[in-house]
Design a protein around this ligand. Sequence first.
Ligand code: ZN
Length: 150
Amino acid sequence: MKPNISTFTPSGTQRPPVVGGCQKGARRNPAMAAGLEKGMCIICGEVRTGTPAKPEFPVRAARWLRATLKQPAKHTIACKEHLIEARQKRAKYEKKLRDYLLFAVLFFIFTIFGNFAFGGRSLWILVPAILGAAIIALLPQFYYFPSFEN
Ligand SMILES: [Zn+2]
């Protein structure tokens, strides 16, 4: 049988046993152990120690951009005083995501059904229906707010 190089874990490969003692939580720094990090607060803009933003795609993209431009890393955090406010803003963003996803589905359904109801028989209606739905679903990205959940 030819070896399959396209898979990362070919059958027959055994993972080496995990040796304890080098896990994440075992750091000495108490701030690090609590999951805190130094960075700029997203609400007050001050450099403080706080809860770091979850590394979602926009956060990773911003970090990558700064690294590519050879600028010093500037991690986004929420300081202790603004953590609740930051989480509320995140909740608003997540609600917008859900709402707009619903609008996108409704737009898609109405476009397709409307077209057939008025005698349209071409499947080309799928193009504007999908494009329109995708644009609606992506609109909340303008309001992106990082997550500060642990
Ligand atoms: Zn703050």
